[in-house]
Ligand binder design. Structure first.
Ligand code: FE2
Length: 265
């Protein structure tokens, strides 16, 4: 775990921009700087906390204390994360679930900074890594002990039986408003939001190095980190790449030129 933490921090220090390129806004799952975000599928890119910048666009603290997350191809580009992501124990989990050709479309390192690590609103991962039929499995490892005070995950037991009601995708050309000033963008489809029912949610207060496996339709979220301690975590998402399972061309996460995602086996 220490090597992942050291690698992520060194990478941020060396490569994260110091200007306001991208902010990850967790409320409503909205993002700014769409091109930077949409181009991150085969790169490592850096997303800051919403409150990381002063009004004149300067970082309030050191980069390593302002970063929200890195993504989304750490699993191929950074050897420390590649080793973890393609570990045979992950392969074993996917085989046990009956996957024929699982592949890894994305990886993220989440920092959940002390004091101002933002909340992540209730969501289901099947909305963001959408396949027909649903197949995404999330692997989530806390690299530090998680409690309700430093923003542990919460999950709603039984919510995975309710399915995925809508998905997050790229806009089509005819969906970009003429005054948007951008050529790309994302939206939820359908746009109407039905709030997730989070009654009965339980906090996953777990030790560093634990594994949380996330079903595509499990409602989960995390609250802001109000403590003195960070809550670093690494996650990958695995989908079925076998024939008969569609990964739509308008999913938000694509690789340049439509390159395939790396296979687990
Ligand atoms: Fe998630």
């Amino acid at each position: 775990m220490q090597d992942m933490r050291a690698c992520a921090l060194a990478d941020v220090e060396a490569n994260a921009p110091t200007e306001r390129v991208a902010v990850f806004t967790t409320k409503e799952q909205s993002r700014v700087s769409d091109d930077y975000f949409l181009g991150s599928g085969d790169k490592v890119r850096y997303f800051y906390e919403a409150d990381a910048f002063t009004p004149d666009g300067k970082l309030r603290k050191a980069k390593a204390l302002c970063i929200n997350k890195c993504g989304h191809n750490m699993h191929e580009l950074l050897p420390v994360f590649k080793r973890v992501s393609f570990d045979e124990r992950i392969t074993a989990v996917m085989r046990s679930l009956g996957y024929k050709h699982p592949c890894i479309p994305q990886s993220m390192y989440i920092f959940k900074q002390p004091h101002f690590g933002g909340e992540v609103r209730p969501h289901v991962d099947g909305a963001f890594l959408f396949t027909r039929p649903q197949s995404v499995v999330g692997f989530w490892w806390p690299l530090e002990d998680c409690t309700t005070s430093n923003g542990c995950l919460w999950a709603v037991p039984g919510s995975h039986t309710r399915g995925v009601a809508r998905r997050f995708r790229r806009r089509h050309a005819d969906e970009v408003p003429p005054d948007a000033g951008v050529a790309s963008g994302t939206l939820f489809d359908p746009p109407e939001e039905t709030p997730f029912d989070t009654r009965g949610a339980v906090p996953l207060e777990i030790a560093a190095g634990s594994l949380v496996l996330l079903h595509s339709a499990l409602v989960h979220y995390s609250e802001a980190n109000t403590s003195e301690r960070s809550r670093h975590a690494y996650s990958i998402h695995v989908i079925e790449g076998a024939d008969g399972v569609e990964y739509p061309a308008d999913n938000w996460l694509q690789r340049d030129g439509g390159a395939p995602f790396p296979a687990l086996y």
